[in-house]
Design a protein around this ligand. Structure first.
Ligand SMILES: [Fe+2]
Length: 181
């Protein structure tokens, strides 16, 4: 059991946690992409895989900036999130699988947004200005990925609402319109 007593050590340990998490995601995203049926969702997951590879490289730059060797530290949160994703995707099919995949991917993005937000704040406190910019760049991409997933979820939901005939569909369209204003 370690006893970290300063922010610098905690910053490095958290970098290692996120480094492990991003590398785990590089392995998990292609598996998710291969199982979904929506072409847009598959493309979105593949695009985020490319970004995720970039996030791994950016973390390596940050390790360099603080004069440390890039290494991972078991991230129990990401292990849990990926485990849950596998569970959801093995228990669903069709539209439910796609919706489940989007939900799980958003949980992953929210975790990463939280982590990068914290890392950025700590980098600033520690005076690692170059690292702040690098972490900010990834943070913005994670936020954008989350928004893309929200749009995909809504597009999917709208397509389904369109399939429903009669009063329900009109009701939903009306509600959507009101919401948009
Ligand atoms: Fe990432």
């Amino acid at each position: 059991m370690e006893n970290m007593q300063n922010l610098s050590e905690l910053f490095e340990a958290t970098l290692q946690d996120v480094y492990f998490a991003e590398k785990m995601l590089v392995k998990a995203l292609p598996k998710m992409a291969s199982k979904v049926s929506s072409e847009d969702l598959r493309q979105g997951l593949e695009d985020h895989l490319e970004q995720t590879r970039g996030h791994v490289s950016r973390l390596e730059e940050v390790f360099k900036i603080i004069g440390s060797k890039a290494k991972g530290r078991e991230c129990k949160a990401m292990q849990g999130l990926v485990g849950e994703t596998e569970e959801v995707m093995s228990e669903t099919s069709g539209a439910a699988l796609d919706a489940g995949a989007i939900g799980c991917a958003q949980a992953v993005e929210h975790y990463e947004i939280a982590r990068y937000g914290t890392l950025k704040a700590w980098a600033k406190q520690l005076g690692h200005d170059e690292a702040v910019d690098i972490l900010e760049a990834t943070l913005e991409e994670e936020k954008a990925a989350n928004e893309t997933l929200t749009e995909l979820a809504m597009a999917d939901g709208n397509a389904k609402a369109d399939d429903i005939g009669g009063a329900t569909a009109h009701g939903r369209r009306g509600a959507k319109k009101a919401h948009a204003n």
